[in-house]
Structure formats: C-alpha cells, structure tokens
Design a protein around this ligand. Structure first.
Ligand code: NAP
Ligand code: ZN
Length: 352
C-alpha cells in the first residue's frame, strides 16, 4: 500500500478538503496511473452530498471523480496493454464479476457486482473505492482505456463519463444521418451529446433553459435551438423527433418532451434527479412512444467512443480549474454555470 493525495468529503454537508488515502500496490494485472486531469461530473456532486441516498447511499469519506486521464507509472507483471509512460484513462467502472450475462455481453455497467470507481465496495483494501480527485489510482488493466494521441488531455477526461453516457444511447437508438435527435440540457453530458449526435450525422435540436447558451449550442453542432420555457417554440416540434436524450440534473417536466416524439420515437433519460418524475401514460400509448434510461457504457464501447472521438477530433469544452476550486465549481454547477465541463488540473494537488 502507498499513500496518495486526494480531495474528499467527510459528510453530506462538508466541503471537499485535502486528505491522504491508501492505494494498493499494483498486483500482477494492475496499472498504476499518475492522474493528470479529472472531470467534474454532476454525479460527483449528487454523491458527495448524498443526494442519491435512497438508491445508492454515499459512504464517507468520499473521494469523487470518474473522468480520469493520466500517465502510467507502474504495471503488474501480467499487464500486456500498457507500459510506464503510456497515456491511460479510467471512467466510472474499475471492475465487475466478468462472468454474468451482462459482462459477457460487454455491458459491465449492468453487472450486479460492478465496482464503480468511487463509493463502491473495494475488493482489495476493504472499505469503498476512491475516485479521481487524487494524484494517482491503481486499476485492473481490463478496465483501463487507451487515449487517442491527437486529443487535448484536459478535454479528453470528460469523455470517460459524459462522452460514453451520451454516445451509448445515441448508438443504441440508431441516431444517424436522416434522424432528428433532440438533446435536453446543455451541461457536461448535453454538450457532448450535441457534438456526438452531430458527428453521427443526425439533425440535432437543442432544448435549453438558458437563452445565453444558444450561440454555443449552434457552434457545438446543433442545427436548431429551442428555449424550452417557450411553449410556442416547443409546440412547433410536436410529433417530429425520432429520439430525444434528456440530460437534465434536476426535476423537470418530461411530458412536454414525450409530446415531441413521432410514432415509435424514444426519449432516454441519462440525467439522474433524485426524485421520481411523473410520466403521463397517454403521451406514450397513443403513438407507441417509449421512455427509457441508460447508464454510462461498457468497456469495449467506451474504447469505441474514445476512438470515434480521436477520429473526429472531439473533446469536451472545458474550464480547467485547480483542485482548490472544486467546492466553488460545485456551486456553479447548481446554477448551470459551466461551459461545459470543469476539468481539474491535478498538478494543483502537489501543493497540498
Ligand atoms: P450539468 O453539467 O450540471 O448539466 C445539467 C444541465 O441540465 C444544465 O446545464 C442545464 O442545462 C440543465 N438544467 C439544470 N437544472 C435544470 C432545471 N431545473 N430544469 C431544466 N433544466 C435544468 O450536469 P451533467 O454532469 O451533465 O449531468 C447531468 C445529469 O446526468 C446528472 O443528474 C448526473 O448525475 C447524470 N449522469 C448520469 C449518468 C448515467 O450514466 N445515466 C452519467 C453521468 C451523469 P440548460 O442550461 O441547457 O437548461
Ligand atoms: Zn459521471
């Protein structure tokens, strides 16, 4: 075991603060990574503050962070994919049982024994796993991703959650040229969905509550932008969408979007507000519309997404911050004030 520097929350109402955590020495299949950048996902905030208490309670101290890019420093004797000096990335998963039907289908995110990057039982050290708000991490090579060499690293980190969480449902629901796709909420996830749906060739319509984001949405790849609080603008799109991806982090009216789907259209929620959302069933049954959810993506699909981003030169639009600004960044996330992902420069942890 060795000590790593980190930022952790001691409780649901405590700000994140500097801490030392234990990491295991790499076993034969492990890769040790010096973390260069870690994105801030809204899920980090939900969990640091125990907002998902009913389904996924937080164990403290909690070290969030699952959008990790860094450089390999040590590898175990059986590691074949990485060597010291390589770039490497880690997303929301660090292990699974590898034998269940979900793992066999490459859908490790649905494994009943999945180990998430933080706040998940740690099979090696006991306690819970600690995430990427840290200067280093040790992960089994099967859950470590390769980083395309042409991408900016600060903007690559958010691909590991925001990128795969939007890429996976866009692919699953067949978003491609000739399809009309909506994206609701232009935050970390939403802005990635716009870039990816545009690169997949779809006609992309953004729904935002922030009129100030209109020009950015067009620049990110949207063909049209709708201010979702304007009922007339919304009605103009009634019955026209093949697919809508909803990436809103708070309670909101989902039924207004169901009305915009065409027959057999689908709306997928990736946003995870803590409270249930009411669904008006008539909106679904009259046009055989469907309403579903999606959780990140499997390891193979995450690599596919990174390679797709490499080929299309896609990264997140980031505001790079030092770790000392993480609590301020959380407050800004709550007012939708991020363009469009915070990426923590982990070199800032050296002074702690
Ligand atoms: P974020 O950067 O905070 O973006 C959320 C966006 O939602 C905001 O920028 C805003 O966009 C919109 N919004 C916020 N409050 C709203 C309200 N009251 N009404 C309507 N719209 C509102 O968050 P994120 O990191 O993208 O995460 C979004 C959600 O996805 C979170 O709940 C997170 O936990 C969840 N998530 C799920 C998965 C998964 O696997 N399913 C993975 C990662 C994250 P506008 O300003 O454009 O309206
Ligand atoms: Zn995330």
């Amino acid at each position: 075991m060795y000590n790593a520097k980190a930022y952790s929350a001691a409780g649901a109402t405590s700000p994140l603060a500097s801490a030392k955590i234990a990491r295991r020495d790499p076993t034969e299949h492990d890769v040790q990574i010096d973390i260069l950048f870690c994105g801030i996902c809204h899920s980090d905030l939900h969990q640091a503050r125990d907002e998902w208490h009913d389904g996924f309670p937080t164990v403290y101290p909690c070290v969030p962070g699952h959008e990790i890019v860094g450089r390999v420093t040590r590898v175990g004797s059986a590691v074949a994919k990485f060597k010291p000096g390589d770039l490497a990335a880690v997303g929301c998963l660090v292990d699974s049982d590898r034998t269940c039907p979900n793992c066999q289908a490459g859908l490790e995110q649905f494994c009943p024994h999945a180990t998430f990057t933080y706040n998940s039982p740690d099979k090696h050290l006991g306690g819970v796993t600690y995430g990427g708000y840290s200067d280093s991490i040790v992960v089994d090579e099967a859950f470590v991703l390769r980083v395309p060499s042409n991408l900016d690293l600060a903007g690559t980190a958010p691909l590991l959650c925001a990128g795969i969480t939007t890429y996976s449902p866009l692919r699953h629901w067949g978003v491609t040229k000739g399809k009309k796709a909506g994206v609701v909420g232009i935050g970390g996830l939403g802005h990635m969905a716009v870039k990816l749906a545009h690169a997949l060739g779809a006609h992309v319509v953004v729904f935002t509550t922030s009129p100030g984001k209109k020009d950015d949405a067009l620049r990110l790849g949207a063909d049209e932008v709708v201010i979702s609080r304007n009922a007339d603008e919304m009605r103009r799109h009634a019955g026209s969408f093949d697919f809508i991806l909803d990436a809103v982090a708070a309670e909101h009216d989902i039924n207004a979007y169901i009305q915009l789907l065409r027959r057999d259209g689908n709306i997928t929620l990736v946003g995870a507000p803590a409270k249930p959302l009411p669904v008006a069933v008539f909106g679904l049954i009259f046009a055989r519309r469907s309403f579903s959810g999606s959780l990140i993506g499997g390891i193979a699909e995450t690599q596919e997404m990174l390679d797709f981003c490499g080929a299309h030169n896609i990264t997140a639009d980031v505001e790079v911050i030092p770790i000392q600004k993480v609590n301020e960044a959380y407050e800004r996330l709550l007012c939708s004030d991020v363009k469009y992902r915070f990426s923590i420069d982990m070199a800032s942890l050296k002074s702690e």
